[in-house]
Design a binder for this molecule. Structure first.
Ligand SMILES: Nc1ncnc2c1ncn2[C@@H]1O[C@H](COS(=O)(=O)NC(=O)[C@@H](N)CO)[C@@H](O)[C@H]1O
Length: 424
């Protein structure tokens, strides 16, 4: 959501943002609706003023004039009542259109249609070289009896997973490790729910548009969030906070549920793309200061890079192009880790700055030192998401005897173990 005043004064910029983000939005229709609504409101106010004026005349009027004045007051009341539905319909139509207005992308964002036009910014760590034919993560899990895909599929269908023994322990170790690193860096840990009300998806910007990605619960006014971004974004919905509590930095741990509608056939084996996964989410609510927010963006990106460096995983950072960043983003970088079995970098993190686009939808405000009330700026980035991170982890750290090497930073979370699995 953008400020209506901004849209009125910069329709060209809004049109361009919609165009480069591939969003069908009729700005002309929106501004037409806006004008009609303003006219309607002016008419209603004029009639209310006239009715109030008229009501004042009644007690002072001569007895023979009073019935006329009272009738006039009734007629005005009726006409006002008749305008109500039209006013409501215009307000709802305008609100629906405003929810589709995209955020203006940062000038540095490359224009492109989809992720094939994202721009690689840099690589860290060279792709792992093996002195033996490396296995993919599915084979490694099977080798150690760390998964049971057939039985799980019988229980949960496709895109399900179950980790056994040391692999299950590894997942928890990586989550605890990520939470500790983020806590050390000033992020407050939250263990959040995934059960949220539908309006929280409108607030975060996932709706309208992402409805088919979300599992709904029969007969309940609750749905399953695909990221802790959704509940955390709405935690302070509608409130006005004092400026001195900002920035609020959270490391939100939760399950995440996604229907993956539209991904049929993609990543159907293994742990890359499943319906329920676990994620530690970096989420920040802060002052409306773009320079400070861009510094926070860099810090949140660096947090994720530090985690990958400590996990000793080769990765690259890409800047998302306009067609792959979504409506609400000012700026977005993905981090992609090296997956040897695919000979590709695969996305493991997504870092976004949204300005006040989410805050306007959610009603996230603070009282500034200038005494005025401002909408906050929000940012989010993945801290770590399992089981996807286990794909590059297992594959890059596999040894010729099939054991998995544990990076030094993680050993403390695995009872000091330096390798996982039995030598084959
Ligand atoms: N279906 C899925 N299965 C497993 N992991 C997933 C799935 N969808 C997303 N992820 C993981 O979650 C990360 C963040 O997902 S995201 O949609 O890109 N971005 C967000 O959710 C933001 N809130 C930042 O975390 C992805 O980079 C990926 O590592």
């Amino acid at each position: 959501m953008l400020d209506l005043k901004f849209i009125r004064e910069h329709p060209g910029e809004v049109r361009r943002a919609a165009e480069v983000k591939g969003i069908a939005l009729d700005v002309t229709e929106l501004l037409q609706l806006d004008r009609e609504l303003l006219e309607l409101k002016a008419r209603v106010e004029a009639m209310q003023a006239e009715r109030n004026q008229n009501a004042k005349l009644v007690p002072k009027a001569a007895p023979d004039e009073r019935p006329l004045l009272i009738q006039k007051g009734k007629d005005l009341g009726e006409s006002l009542k008749a305008l109500e539905p039209e006013l409501r319909a215009h307000e709802d139509a305008l609100k629906q259109l405003l929810l589709q207005v995209p955020q203006i992308p940062h000038p540095s964002v490359p224009v492109g249609r989809d992720d094939s036009e994202n721009v690689e910014l840099r690589r860290e760590g060279a792709p792992t070289q093996f002195g033996f034919p490396p296995k993919d993560h599915v084979a490694l899990l099977e080798l150690h009896g760390w998964a049971d895909p057939e039985r799980v599929a019988r229980v949960s269908g496709s895109r399900s997973y179950l980790l056994k023994g040391e692999a299950a322990r590894l997942e928890l170790a990586i989550i605890a490790f990520a939470l500790d690193v983020l806590t050390e860096r000033g992020f407050e840990m939250l263990s959040t729910t995934a059960l949220v009300r539908p309006e929280t998806f409108v607030a975060s910007g996932h709706f309208p548009g992402g409805e088919d990605q979300v599992y709904k619960l029969e007969g309940l006014d609750l749905m399953l969030a695909g990221t802790a971004e959704v509940p955390i974004n709405s935690l302070y919905a509608g409130e006005i906070l004092p400026e001195d509590v900002l920035p609020l930095r959270y490391a939100g741990y939760s399950s995440a549920f996604r229907s993956e509608a539209g991904s049929a056939g993609r990543d159907v084996r293994g742990l890359i793309r499943v319906h329920e996964f676990k994620k530690v989410e970096q989420y920040v609510l802060m002052q409306a200061d773009e320079a400070a927010a861009l510094d926070m963006f860099a810090a949140m990106l660096e947090n994720a890079e530090t985690l990958l460096k400590l996990l000793e995983l080769p990765y690259r950072v890409v800047q998302n192009c306009t067609g792959d960043m979504g409506a609400g983003k000012v700026l977005m970088y993905d981090i992609e880790a090296w997956v040897p079995s695919e000979g590709l970098y695969r996305e493991t993190h997504s870092c976004s700055y949204l300005g006040d686009w989410q805050a306007r939808r959610t009603g996230l405000r603070y009282k500034g030192s200038d005494g005025k009330v401002h909408f906050m700026h929000t940012l989010n980035n993945t801290g770590i998401a399992t089981p996807r991170i286990l794909v590059p982890f297992l594959e890059n750290h596999q040894m010729e005897n099939g054991q998995i090497r544990v990076p030094a930073a993680l050993r403390g979370y695995l009872g000091g173990r330096e390798v996982l699995g039995k030598a084959q």
